[in-house]
Ligand binder design. Sequence first.
Ligand code: GLA
Length: 399
Amino acid sequence: MGTEEAKGFFRKTFGRPPARVVKAPGRLELLGNHTDYNGGLVMAVAVDKYIYFAATPRNDAQVELVTTAFPGKEQFYLDRIEKNPAAPWANYVKGVLLALRERGIHFTGFNGAIHGTIPFGAGLSSSAALEMATALAVRELFPYRLNEHGPGAPPERGPDGRLPALSPAEKMRIAQAGLAAESRFVGVNCGLLDQVSSLFGKSGQVVQFDCLHGTVQHDPLPPGASLVVADSAVKHDLSAGQYNQAREHCESAARKLGVEFLRFVDPPRLQPNQGKLTKREYDCAFHIVGENQRVVFGERALREGDVHQFGQYMLQSHASSRDYFLNSTPELDALVEIAQGIEGCFGARLTGGGFGGSTINLVRAGAVEEFQRRVAEEYFARLKIRTEPWVARVADGAG
Ligand code: GLA
């Protein structure tokens, strides 16, 4: 459906159908909050909400972009890629184009129409999905191979006209290009979680990402349980600085503890060194160390099919965000509290960067409708804010 809308919007804007359409999904973080830039461990899923990117190549070194989300057309030359304050949404595309070019990838311009079904500001990372969709759209129009030290021989289309699937190593390099766009062009110092989830997602499976080693493994989702997302309806703006600040606390804590990443710190090492850290640094480090452990334990729970135990780790994770990392909000706390009181809910927590956005809830399959109804009702009763919890279907990644 989204593909058709992107195609239709392209045709309406540019007067002919697009040459190619790609899509990249959003993600939900299940456990392992803010661990990614700390060299840690994280679990996430890709969800069936996407950014669709319809495009046709052009050879005059220009790019023209439109999106169904905002009015206006963004037009620029490839040799002059600059931010336009009137079209901040285009920064994710521009940042990726710059990152690809820095990696030696050659392209001569294109027209692009973007359509998305990922809610903005809800913590599902529509931005990383847009970055990955951009990288894949460029690959469709100007087939490239991204090797470790630059471009390799371009891939060839098969008899069905499709490009070969990306190798895990190449997916990781494309994810890195997205990260470069985000941190160097957009100005958010995030980690790789969102881009990796968007590319490595697998239907029915959890992506477990070891951010230190750059490796991914998949674990089955807990049987008999659904993932329900509740949007607190309080928008967060990652670039507002809270995210970058949290990262700085983690990095200064690691420095003072004499390690490159907090990944190398375990609880017995953290406690006796408390005196070396400020309270904020200690509390942030405490959260990260605990989150890394919860991913390890959570993986065991998944392997054993122990959905109750997995839910407990989710609740612990939220409490740690609320009490130590301070990236929760009263609205997210209310959603988690409400969820905890509903029969059939195994666990709930904020998902993603925090400071607003959504909670993710693990709910017994038969109890989902009642859960959705009660969360909406009780959230409105408490805060006079409307939310419509929805069931996330775990999807394949874009790669
Ligand atoms: C945001 C960032 C990710 C990650 C999460 C928190 O989604 O983009 O890199 O840090 O927050 O785990």
